[in-house]
Each structure stands twice: as structure tokens, then as C-alpha cells.
Design a protein around this ligand. Structure first.
Ligand SMILES: Cc1ncc(COP(=O)(O)O)c(C=O)c1O
Length: 337
């Protein structure tokens, strides 16, 4: 074997295929192509139904929202509306903000984000401290609607200063899922997917993926997952009857809506951890609660849903896994050697 050292970055041809070094590519290339995970234990009573979930926390930026954030920004560049002197401004419940902040940092744009004051501090910290975005907070009592209204007010005062993607009304949002998420699910299930469901925030995931899948097979049934309560604890999701309905959300195109209670979804975070070894956020757990409700109504099928983010972002604030830090002196957490 030659003792000549390899130059750095290591050329792609000689990298181990399972562990590529991506230093000479952009981190933004690690958006999309997420794994599809089979849920093995939960719901196994539905013998002829397989349930799968897209592991969206694997995207650079850590959530499903990196897909639409990238497309909205790149379509803004292509249209000429986003130029280097503009600040990217939008309202967000957290995940889109993290993605905007990451993409802004990589591409060299300033980013300003409006979010409700009660969005968990882990998300705000990621945006502000790691990626340098400016954060403006709206009333914690007005939820995502308060943030939408405040972002519009900031934009209208000085429209030349900002590029506002407006994720709730931007077609590039759902198109990102039409072009990527739907295609991936189709290939990863070997064209076997029969049912699709996803939580509604802006509606981008559920609308774009449903349209993409139905263009591939019109028989695929598609559903939105919605919090059962107007005052709920599923960060990232919207209760439509009591909210400003996003312009890109077209409920009439879907086969139905599945309601998921906050309490049941919180419990499912722990069930997923214990029974599947999967650590995800509340909206992912809500999506699985919805998938199980759907599984109970069908004789057979391949159900696919989306797990938007991992649990590390917020679980401390919401009291999940409290047992590990509440009384540290009496709890025996295994220590690394
Ligand atoms: C945690 C989480 N789940 C689900 C969603 C919903 O995704 P979409 O906006 O595509 O409807 C979001 C959106 O921000 C989110 O942050």
C-alpha cells in the first residue's frame, strides 16, 4: 500500500461511501433524501398495515422545514426579489426560522424572525446564538397568528429593506415537498404507499406531498393531522378553525382531517422512545397518533407519515423526561466512562 498521505479534502472517489466527508460540498446539499423508518412495535396489532415515518430531523437545519426554506430562498434569488442587500424576514414557530438562519448564514444574508415569545428557548438559541439571526418576539397569547401579523407590519413599514418569503402563502413551500418528499416516499416504499398523512402548520408538507404522491398514483389517500384543541401544546401545528388559514392550505383536496389530542401526543413521545428507540418532537408523536387512528379504520395498507423534528429541541421546557433532571442527586443517570 502506498504511504503517500491523502490530500485534504479527501477526493470523493476514495471516501468510504457510508461516511462521506462533505467539506467541499455545501451543508445545504444535506437537505432532503431523509431515511424512511419502519415503526415496528407500536401498532403491530394492525397486522396488515405497515407504518413508516420520514426522519426529517436528518435534514441540515434539523427539521422538515429546511426543504421549503431552501426552495423559497432560491426561488426568491431566481426571481430577482432576493438580492444581497435585503434582509430575509418571516414569521415562524421555530423550525423554519432555524432553517432560514442556517441558509442565510451559508449564503450570506441577514435574517430577521418574528416568533411568539413562548417558543422554546432551545429553538431561539439555535437561531440567534449559532446562526446570528435577529429575533423579534410577538405576544405569547396570540400564537403563530400574532407573529404573522407582526411580520407583515414590519415588512409594510419598509418593504424595500426586506425579502419576505411569507411561508403561509408561498407556493414554493408546498412545491418543495412535491418535488422532493413525495418522490422519495414513492421510491422508498417501492411504489407501495397507500395512505399519507402529515401535521398542518403552514400546510406545505401535507399539500405538496399529497399532490406529488397522487400524481404518481391517484388512489393514494391523504389526510391532515390537526391538534384536537384550539389551545394545544403541539408546537409547529395549527388548529384551523381558530387560526388564520394559510393561503397554501386547501383542505378540500384532502380525504380528511385527523384530530390528535395534545395529552395523547405527549405520551406518544415517551412510547416512541421506549418501544422504538426513536426520540422525536411532539408534532411527530402527534403524527403517529394520527397514523394509528387511521390504521384502525383500514383493513390493509402502507401508511407513511412525517416526523418533522427530534425531541432535543424542546423537551426540557415541556417537562418531557423531567425524571432525568428534576432531582439529579437521587437519580442515577449512567455516566460515560
Ligand atoms: C415541529 C413542526 N411540525 C410540523 C410542522 C408543519 O409543517 P408545515 O408547515 O409543512 O405544515 C412544523 C412547521 O413549522 C413544525 O415546526
Amino acid at each position: 500500500m502506498s504511504s503517500k498521505p491523502l490530500s485534504f479534502p479527501i477526493p470523493f472517489e476514495v471516501q468510504a461511501p457510508t461516511c462521506p466527508v462533505i467539506t467541499d460540498k455545501s451543508v445545504l446539499d444535506a437537505i432532503g433524501n431523509t431515511p424512511l423508518i419502519r415503526i415496528h412495535n407500536i401498532g403491530k396489532e394492525y397486522k396488515n398495515v405497515d407504518i413508516y415515518a420520514k426522519a426529517e430531523w436528518k435534514n441540515a437545519g434539523g427539521s422538515v422545514k429546511s426543504r421549503p426554506a431552501l426552495k423559497m430562498i432560491e426561488d426568491g434569488e431566481k426571481s430577482g426579489k432576493l438580492t444581497k442587500d435585503k434582509i430575509i424576514l418571516d414569521s415562524t414557530s421555530g423550525n423554519t426560522g432555524i432553517s432560514y438562519a442556517l441558509i442565510g448564514k451559508v449564503k450570506g444574508y441577514k435574517v430577521k424572525l418574528v416568533m411568539p415569545a413562548n417558543v422554546c428557548k432551545e429553538r431561539k438559541g439555535l437561531m440567534a446564538d449559532f446562526y446570528g439571526a435577529e429575533i423579534v418576539t410577538s405576544s405569547p397569547f396570540e400564537g403563530s397568528d400574532g407573529a404573522i401579523i407582526m411580520a407583515r407590519e414590519i415588512y409594510e413599514k419598509d418593504p424595500d429593506k426586506y425579502f419576505m418569503p411569507d411561508q403561509y402563502n408561498n407556493d414554493s413551500n408546498w412545491q418543495a415537498h412535491y418535488e422532493t418528499t413525495a418522490q422519495e416516499i414513492w421510491k422508498q416504499t417501492n411504489n407501495r404507499v397507500t395512505h399519507f398523512l402529515a401535521g398542518i402548520g403552514t400546510g406545505g408538507t401535507v399539500m405538496g406531498t399529497s399532490r406529488g404522491l397522487r400524481d404518481l398514483n391517484p388512489d393514494i389517500k391523504c389526510y391532515a393531522v390537526e391538534p384536537a384543541e384550539s389551545l394545544h401544546g403541539l408546537e409547529g401545528l395549527k388548529h384551523m378553525e381558530s387560526s388564520i388559514v394559510p393561503g397554501i392550505y386547501k383542505e378540500e383536496e384532502l380525504d380528511g382531517k385527523i384530530s390528535v389530542p395534545t395529552e395523547e401526543s405527549y405520551d406518544m413521545v415517551e412510547t416512541l422512545e421506549k418501544q422504538e428507540g426513536i426520540l422525536v418532537g411532539h408534532s411527530s408523536a402527534g403524527a403517529l397518533v394520527g397514523a394509528l387512528k387511521l390504521a384502525a379504520t383500514i383493513e390493509s395498507g402502507v401508511i407513511v407519515t412525517v416526523f418533522p423534528d427530534s425531541c432535543e429541541r424542546c423537551y426540557v421546557n415541556f417537562g418531557q423526561f423531567k425524571k432525568y433532571y428534576e432531582n439529579e442527586s437521587t437519580h442515577k443517570i449512567p455516566k460515560a466512562d
